[in-house]
Design a protein around this ligand. Sequence first.
Ligand code: AMP
Ligand code: MG
Length: 395
Amino acid sequence: MVTIKEALELVLQSVPEPEIRKLKLGEARGFTLAEDICADRDYPPFHRACVDGYAVRLSDLQKGQVSFSPSGTILAGDFDENAPTGGDCVKIMTGASLPAPWDVLFKVEDCIESQDGITIPDKNPEKWHNIDTKGVIASAEDIIIQKNSVLDIRSITALAATGKSVVSVYNLPTVAIISTGSEIIPIDQEPKPTQIRDVNYYSLLYGLQSIGIEPSYYSIVADDKQSLDLAIQKALEYDVVLMSGGVSMGDTDYVPSSLEAAGVKQVFHKVKMKPGKPIWFGVKGEKAVFGLPGNPFSVSVGFKIFVEPYLKKRSCRSFSEPVRANLQTQRTLRGDRPEYFPVKADTRNNQITVTTRPHKGSGDLLAMPETDGVALHEVENRELLVGDTVEFLPW
Ligand code: AMP
Ligand code: MG
């Protein structure tokens, strides 16, 4: 049986070279940039007025002049060649280009306006007061957003500003979800006494959505070889298949044999861990299949530990390494497998502390709501004491 670390290595080694595609900017949210984005011109492209106000020459102020007569108004979008000429002052609006010779700008509300002209409030401004000079933010050809950045609210303004209407991004894999189990029913159906609502679809759905992926296929399949073969065949039209249930030692746990019959080559079956030991992972060409054990807590942990890193690597995203946290509750390990246990986390004095939450094993559906992630109890220390350091992985 492989260890958690070995299993993760095998999973990550199976990730194919990320594909690059071009997308319209409006459709690229959540994708990772496959190109550096360079400024196509200076930013701002002209001396830009930052306020609505009056522009004058600094040299006039330095000579002691305080009253000025505006010779006209420059509006945003006006061409420099049409700007009013002559005189000792112009009125200018925010976003307009300020041509020579003007080099200081005062806000309208700070000037005293009268019939004879305006009086300036400050005799000693810095040159370019209230003006963003051409190229002050970026020069043409500067890299302004680096390759491998995720397209989100942080990068969108720079991309739109540089006119990137189409961007090169790393493709997100397409994903199919199959929930197996003859007891599993859709959550909007009234369950008979022995039926169970399909929880796993929703935790996998949310997990996928958190990395910008919408599943392309979903099916609930009974523990029946034929139905399973059919669903697997359909799901293998997509890049990644996430299955839950049917990978243990039960009489109707057909998932591994059905996958192998469909040509999916097993990479590992079973990982020395708790929960989620029976996890199955295999590949078919560039496709990957995760067979997660059916218990909802095992699915959440399996997704976090193996599926998320796989998907993130495949779409060129960085994934968070576990962080060190300080355990606030004593804990005893039962059994001989490293165990992920649910915790509540807190940050105090720049240190993360975690507290165990009550948890009735991997079938405990209600163990999750009050948790922030899982911590790992390694086998070397059967007793974890208050103040011990543990690996913590936030949800
Ligand atoms: P299995 O891995 O198929 O043996 O299932 C283990 C346990 O998880 C059983 O109690 C199942 O009823 C439960 N289970 C399996 N799939 C789901 C699911 N999609 N939603 C909720 N519980 C499930
Ligand atoms: Mg089952």
